[in-house]
Design a protein around this ligand. Structure first.
Ligand code: SF4
Ligand code: SF4
Ligand code: SF4
Length: 262
């Protein structure tokens, strides 16, 4: 679905009614959100989106870089160049930090040392959504936990509530720190929180998430409720783990750690 602002105002009769600019803007924004929330017919849809990351297929530094760069460049994620201000949608950490409580001293060195790609888990029971006072973060019917930077008041309750460090706060104006701006994706402002959106803007166009597309098959994305989806096939054929399962948030991102490839 694609209409411009002028067409929308005409359809809604707002111009004719002489509605004020502020009211028109508000209705326009809400309508855009409705369009985004309801995937277009030609888009990809699912009852519940999920991701399976096959660590056996991520081998070189270049593999990780391609994934992170793809996400951060198309989503205008700033690079402040220092960890204190860091804004990240997808990043890496060690097994020990990614899966605390699931490590032991006898794990293969290859796993202990391997960087694990981490992102928002689009949890089934997302604590970030429960604490947000403005509904700037909300769960869609297809399981995606969205972030609306326009409604975000920067209280950071969601950051405190997320046990996965999946949310970043813009302590500074991010715009001067975007390496190459993608004009097709909105930029954010100082004082708001942002995170991975499971690439909703790509799904509505029928495209897979950018990280999955650039992963050479290491990242599968699909419908957890469809027994014939690739994610379900991978989950049936391989032993997988999720982050901090004991907390009960029910992450939608699964990891295949080892075993032979199927
Ligand atoms: S990973 Fe964090 S930000 Fe993402 S849905 Fe779960 S609690 Fe919310
Ligand atoms: S920082 Fe924004 S998204 Fe997070 S809880 Fe506050 S208003 Fe909601
Ligand atoms: S799903 Fe999309 S937004 Fe999320 S980490 Fe991958 S590329 Fe980034």
């Amino acid at each position: 679905m694609s209409i411009d602002r002028r067409q929308f105002l005409k359809i809604a009769g707002i111009s004719a009614l002489g509605a004020g600019t502020a009211a028109a803007n508000l209705i326009w924004k809400n309508s855009l959100e409705a369009i985004q929330a309801a995937p277009a017919e030609e888009g990809l849809t699912a009852k519940k989106w999920a991701m399976v990351i096959d660590m056996r297929k991520l081998k070189t530094e270049e593999d990780y870089k391609k994934i992170t760069d793809a996400c951060h460049s198309i989503h205008n994620v700033p690079d402040f160049g220092n960890p204190k201000d860091e804004v990240k949608w997808i990043w890496t950490d060690t097994y020990e930090h990614a899966f605390p409580g699931q490590e032991n001293e006898y794990l293969p060195e290859a796993i202990k040392e391997k960087p694990f790609p981490l992102l928002c888990n689009h949890c089934e029971n997302p604590p970030c959504v429960r604490v947000c006072p403005t509904q700037a973060t909300f769960k869609r019917q297809d399981g995606i936990v969205m972030q609306d930077e326009h409604r975000c008041i920067g209280c950071r309750f969601c950051m405190a509530a997320c046990p996965f460090g999946a949310r970043s706060f813009n302590y500074r104006d991010p715009r001067p720190f975007i390496k190459e701006k993608n004009p097709e994706y909105p930029t954010r402002t100082k004082g708001v929180v942002e995170k991975c959106t499971f690439c909703t803007e790509r799904l509505v166009k029928g495209l897979m998430p950018a990280c999955a597309e650039k992963s050479n098959g290491a990242i599968a994305f699909g419908d957890l409720k469809d027994p014939n989806s690739e994610v379900r096939k991978l989950l049936s054929a391989n032993y997988t783990i999720r982050r901090k399962q004991e907390l009960g948030t029910q992450p939608s991102v699964f990891y295949i750690i080892g075993g032979s490839e199927k």
